[in-house]
Ligand binder design. Sequence first.
Ligand code: SF4
Length: 286
Amino acid sequence: MNINIISAKSILTKSNLPVSDYSANPYTGCAHACKYCYASFMKRFTNHQDEWGSFVDVKTWPCIKHTEKYSGKEIFLSSVTDPYQPAEEIHKRTRYLLEQLQGSGARLSIATKSDLVLRDIDLIKTFPNARVSWSINTLDEEFRSEMDNAVSIERRLSAMKAFHDAGIRTTCFISPIFPGITDVPAIIERAMNICNLVWLENLNLRGEYRKRILDWIHEKHPELDSLYHEIYSCRERTYWYELDELIRQFTDEHSLPYVRNDDSMTREFNAPPVVVNYFFHEEITR
Ligand code: SF4
């Protein structure tokens, strides 16, 4: 792993994401090296020639001033890296950021594929309305280990349970959903008693990872070639509409709200999780 220390002008960036006000990326690059990582485009902006997943820039930044201006604002960690990737164990940049923001009144939204976040549970608890999400798009460890270098699914689920038990809102982020591979109902069943929100996102294939994924499907699952061709070359959406219907039936049977807009923060902590369909963002409606 190629690790560099770099200095950034600032660490908090106004966010264009629909779900947060600011984003913070304490690292550039990500050792989790997911095959489908959309953030790999960051290479272009940072002059890295090496493969995505083989470098991590560890950021330093000036002291954050007037932290009270972030009161009530949601800060998302992180949009183009994993804030709890292995480098965090040594460099503790995410922890440092949380320490800087402690007491500001900012709301935290953390997304990870790691259980290192457990280290900071006491610190995270001090933020109002914090929530932590784990990406889980399979229960099959073999597929998981082909797709990413992060911790096992069982470790992610254990971390989710620990946070939920501690009264911190958790999200099971079922993303990206691989057609013909991701078993969405099975994942919801595993997570539904330890999360407040299930967020569903379909696999998009664009940029440099499109070919990588299609080649992988062809090599490991040639029986899915025609399905992927229909979806990703012919832009056929039947698969997603059928999956939408399947999830609707499943959520009805389990009395889970199935919606297009997340309102989980205003629900009782112990209420069943809200399942949010984020397929194609606004195109499939109930
Ligand atoms: S954990 Fe996230 S940022 Fe890191 S490689 Fe995977 S998808 Fe990309």
